[in-house]
Design a protein around this ligand. Structure first.
Ligand code: IVH
Length: 625
């Protein structure tokens, strides 16, 4: 066997495992084993770049993929579904279908209504060639390069009967647990959080840099064939089976029904299942199963007559507010939190809900002691929808934001034009310090898992640690004073601190806790700056010229780096032996736009203004207003 045969075999093996994992949901190997296969392919490609083809597994993110999105006409319009909200409305739909079909033994395909982003994928002679978003239904954005990074989208179809042309439609989504993890990181970085997995998926699909999209855990579930040569299967059920045989991921829990009662039973079963599904759904879809009957029924304006959605209500519960407490964030923001009588909602016990800010509390007139309706719509963090005034007890208490920080007693600060109230005691508010340190040691930052919250609290209480840099100068004598710390614990702690000293630049930047700088932004900064020193030299204009960085982040980074206290802290970290690894910078040198500044005026015909600005920035140019 030649090494080319080995290479081909490995590529095939990886494709097979992608299918087992994403399509069949039956992985045969561990993630580590998968990564090992991948590394072998990469190693062979490093020696034989001539073997690399667009469909080799390493090419999901090509080096020179263009970005900015072209708008492309859909082969067939992407329509939407009419909604129903009750059994009666489903019955009305069935009655209409039966009347139009002229017989009452219509078979229905019932499916999950995925709460994601609709896309259309095109395959020609078995190769993935294009992905479009729904757009306005007639024309969508060409997101091919981003879609290529989604591992559940095969770049090449499987099987014997590969169609010449196949255009399939489905929904791109972010699994709930991945969404929660990413959102927790964003919260930690005080970046804007996504409201729900759908927003996260939408944002991820529209990133300009496919390399960034590749890091977002997106998946796809397909539910229909829009175009196919030769002829497509003649039923919705047949379509699912056929798409699956080509290695394409389809919907889970598809079923056939023959009556309203059967459909209602299915809807109830799925609604009960909803909290335990790994992704968000917002209802079910009922479709006439026969494709020829679908064709006969046709469309009204923008909805098919042969299908309808049944939407579940947002999951709500009634509970009581026991207290309203105030949470102190890493940068001192004070957030009111409702402490609730624990109640079951959407599969989990809810004991707290964020009230966002004092304006929100006043607007909804939320008082301590009130009975309230809480809801978990698409959103992960439950919210208080409204108060039940008829249940308000006589002794309910109006809440106001305390005048001093609950953690350190410093008078709070209100910043003009902002709703947020802050504790200005950055230096010595113990809770701010604890939040900063927790962030600093967290998994995607310095990743020092020996420093749990309990230990950090003790280190702060004993006055050993006043900033992150102090962690690296802790002495054994100090560590022996911590609860339960004997020889082993002390030596483990010192070892793990030592190991943490050598750190990727992007992680170090994330760990610093600059406002709005999450892992993704930290990486962009690291790529551009190369070193800590390089970063401190970047001006606001340099920062804003980085694709993916906007005004808010550029201002926050400039302010942070210009603050003498932060400069001193960075220096102390470096002096304590922390070594952020240098990176090769992504320089724009040699590019025609380098050093040039552009002003966009008038009407642009080929691009939107935002797209044009992005394209210029990517080529090293600057854009000003
Ligand atoms: S069929 C012509 N099936 O819901 C009808 N849509 O308003 C084509 N959706 O835009 C849609 N799950 O984004 C269909 N099983 C499913 C679906 C589904 C989610 C979305 C889709 C569509 C919207 C309908």
């Amino acid at each position: 066997m030649t090494s080319k045969d080995v290479y081909d075999g490995l590529c095939e093996e990886i494709c097979r495992h992608d299918k087992l994992y994403y399509v069949d949901h039956k992985p045969e190997i561990s993630d580590q084993e998968y990564d090992a296969l991948f590394k072998k392919v990469e190693a062979l490609e490093a020696e034989h770049s001539e073997w690399v083809t667009p469909i080799s597994p390493t090419q999901r993110v090509g080096e020179m993929l263009s970005s900015g999105f072209k708008t492309v006409d859909h082969a067939l319009p992407m329509l939407s579904l009419a909604n129903t909200y009750s059994k009666e409305e489903i019955e009305e739909f069935i009655t209409r279908v039966v009347k139009l079909a002229g017989h009452d033994d219509v078979v229905y395909s019932v499916e999950l209504k995925m709460d994601g982003i609709a896309v259309s994928l095109r395959y020609e002679n078995g190769f993935f060639v294009r992905a479009l978003t729904r757009g306005d239904g007639k024309r969508g954005d060409d997101i091919t390069n981003n879609a290529r990074t989604i591992r559940s989208i095969p770049l090449q179809l499987y099987g014997e009967s590969i169609p010449e042309v196949l255009e399939v439609r489905g929904e791109v989504y972010m699994p709930r647990k991945d969404f929660e993890a990413l959102n927790a990181e964003r919260a930690e970085a005080e970046e804007d959080m996504w409201a729900n997995p759908r927003n996260a998926a939408a944002g991820s699909l529209k990133l300009i840099d496919p390399k960034q999209t590749a890091k977002r855990p997106l998946e796809i579930a397909l539910y229909s064939i829009a175009e196919m040569t030769p002829q497509a299967p003649q039923s919705q059920h047949g379509s699912h089976v056929f798409l699956n045989s080509l290695g394409l991921p389809t919907l889970l829990h598809i079923a056939k029904c023959h009556s309203v009662d059967e459909i209602w039973e299915y809807a109830s079963k799925i609604e009960a299942l909803r909290p335990s599904l790994p992704f968000d759904i917002d209802g079910i879809v009922i479709k006439v199963d026969s494709i020829s009957e679908q064709r006969r029924l046709g469309y009204t304006g923008k909805n098919p007559r042969w299908a309808v959605a049944y939407k579940f209500a947002a999951e709500q519960a009634t509970t009581r507010i026991r207290d309203i407490t105030v949470q102190v964030g890493r940068t001192g923001t004070l957030t009111p939190v409702a402490e609730l009588e624990p109640t079951l909602l959407a599969g989990s016990t809810i004991a707290r809900a964020t009230l966002h800010n004092e304006e929100e509390v006043a607007r909804k007139d939320i008082r301590i002691g009130d009975s309230v309706i809480i809801e978990k719509g698409g959103d992960v963090i439950p919210k208080v929808v409204r108060v039940l005034p008829e249940k308000r007890p006589a002794d309910s208490q109006v809440w106001t934001m305390p005048a001093t920080c609950p953690a350190c007693g410093t008078p709070v600060q209100r910043i003009e034009g902002e709703v947020a109230v802050r504790c200005p005691n950055i230096q010595s508010c113990p809770t701010q310090l604890l939040r900063r340190l927790t962030h600093f040691v967290s998994k995607h930052a310095m990743n020092i898992d020996t420093l749990g919250e309990k230990i950090l609290v003790q280190l702060i209480d004993k006055g050993f640690v006043k900033s992150a840099a102090d962690l690296f100068v802790l002495t054994p004598e100090q560590l022996y004073q911590l609860e339960g710390f004997k020889d082993r614990a002390v030596s483990n702690m010192l070892k793990s601190l030592d190991a943490a000293r050598n750190i990727e630049l992007s992680r170090f930047l994330f760990a610093l806790g600059i406002r709005y700088v999450g892992t993704g932004t930290a990486e962009l900064l690291a790529q551009r700056a190369g070193t800590i020193d390089g970063l401190t030299k970047l001006s606001y204009e340099d920062l804003i010229a980085i694709d993916g960085i906007g005004d808010k982040v550029a201002v926050a980074v400039t302010e942070f780096l210009g603050d003498p206290r932060q400069q001193q802290e960075i220096q102390r970290l470096l002096d304590a032996g922390v070594v952020p690894q240098e990176l090769e910078t992504q320089s724009f040198s040699g590019h025609p736009f380098e050093g040039k500044t552009f002003v966009l005026t008038g009407t642009l015909t080929q691009f939107t203004r935002t797209d044009a600005a992005k394209q210029i920035k990517q080529r090293g140019g600057k854009v000003t207003g």
